[in-house]
Design a protein around this ligand. Structure first.
Ligand code: SF4
Length: 406
């Protein structure tokens, strides 16, 4: 079962060009982490031995407040972002999240979605829908508790997540998508039962290759079950037909069941990176903007907000990131392609860490005030690449840069 080829065609989901990078990719999808905490300890994301009881999670004052998040979302929407996804950690652990959703609902032209592990969804679904949430995506890695616990290292039952999915459907947070990370040797036997279960219910299940999302998950390549293999496994029992993407830059390869009843997606983040058409950026709970899931440093937008920048300055800062990255690319490497994470650096330039979206970053430099650096961001050609990157990026520790891996 062959997956559709992923090109590097320019994508302009929001119609805006001001954030376009050298590869023509514009920012269309902003993921905002509202907390670094989670009530699961998925082995591939927050292993308990690292994120145990003594782990230092962010203090409240370090986390973006709802007003700050709304200002950033509004500035991003003005630049063409059309989808805001609330993530975590586990976003439903953030108190009164529905108040944030209501505030975001006041921004014209955006879809508001949320990714959750589902444990608290049944009790929150109605309030979120009433506040204006459009859809949810639920992470679920197996249907049997034993496998689910092996993957999530939690004691929540699968039935609780399924109850959350049901509640989301009942209140109209649809279509609900279910994301399953497939880890060979741990939950690969759950692929077919999951496919059957969600096919019967007409719900969209998406399989995600087990990814290396940080320094803590001890990722091994031989634990990756390739998306093609997953699709072939399902196709052998429930024939599949490839389907086109529903929007430019969609990360999942879609397949419809040939009997017309339902569809699946496979996300080949390891075996077929989709960086060439990526339109996403992420804001961590402590207010750093990352232009790639694999980037190890972010742009400190929280400092900009707390230094008193007005909305125009915030917008200009976000808009300036694209040209700044183009400048870095030109000055540091000659290639015109962008591939995922660590593979981004041709020839393996010593000392450069992982990056994406057309840029690479060096190990920690001296940090400057984001507001003071605003002008230099807007005029990247006036700066050397080294000073530019050190002024606008801050290294993230494992505790501050934490996105839900699914
Ligand atoms: S993958 Fe998501 S649900 Fe699992 S520990 Fe990470 S943040 Fe929590």
């Amino acid at each position: 079962m062959r997956l559709a080829a992923r090109g590097a065609a320019p994508v302009t989901p929001g119609g805006a060009s001001s954030t376009a990078d050298r590869l023509g990719r514009t920012l269309g999808d902003l993921r905002i982490s509202v907390t670094d905490r989670c009530n699961f300890r998925c082995r591939y994301c927050m292993p308990r031995e690292v994120f145990g009881p003594k782990h230092d999670f962010l203090p409240n004052g370090e986390i973006l407040n709802f007003e700050e998040i709304t200002r950033l979302a509004r500035a991003a929407a003005n630049l063409g972002v059309r989808k805001i996804r609330l993530t975590g950690g586990e976003p439903l652990l953030r108190r009164e999240l529905e108040i944030l959703v209501e505030s975001l609902r006041g921004i014209d032209g955006i879809e508001i979605t949320l990714t959750t592990n589902g444990a608290l969804l049944a009790r929150k679904a109605e309030a979120l829908r009433t506040a204006g949430l459009d859809r949810v995506t639920v992470s679920l890695d197996a249907l049997d508790d034993a496998t689910f616990w092996r993957m999530t290292d939690s004691r929540f039952r699968v039935s609780r997540v399924l109850e959350g999915i049901g509640a989301a459907i009942d209140v109209g947070l649809t279509p609900v998508k279910v994301n399953m990370v497939v880890r060979r040797g741990v939950n690969e036997q759950a692929v077919l039962p999951m496919a059957r279960y969600f096919k019967e219910r007409g719900q969209i299940l998406r399989f995600i290759e087990f990814m290396d999302v940080g320094e803590t998950n001890r990722w091994r390549r031989d634990e990756v079950m390739a998306a093609e293999e997953i699709a072939e496994l399902i196709d052998a029992e429930m024939p599949l037909t490839p389907a086109p993407p529903t929007y430019p830059g969609e990360v999942a390869n879609r397949f419809r069941y040939s009997d017309g009843l339902g569809e699946i997606g496979v996300i080949a983040s390891v075996t077929q990176p989709f960086c060439g058409s990526c339109t996403r950026a992420r804001i961590s709970a402590d207010g750093r903007l990352y232009t790639c899931l694999f980037a190890s440093r972010g742009h400190d937008v929280k400092a900009l907000l707390r230094e008193g920048a007005d909305d125009d300055e915030v917008g200009a800062f976000l808009a300036g990131l694209g040209p700044a990255l183009r400048s870095l690319l030109r000055s540091s490497r000659g290639g015109s392609s962008c591939t995922q994470g660590r593979d981004v650096v041709p020839g393996g330039l010593t000392g450069w860490t992982r990056g994406c979206k057309g840029f690479v970053m060096r190990s920690p430099g001296r940090l400057g005030s984001p507001r003071a650096n605003l002008n230099s961001t807007l005029k990247p050609s006036a700066r050397s690449s080294t000073s530019l990157e050190s002024q606008h990026t801050t290294a993230a520790s494992g505790s501050t840069r934490r996105f839900c891996a699914t």
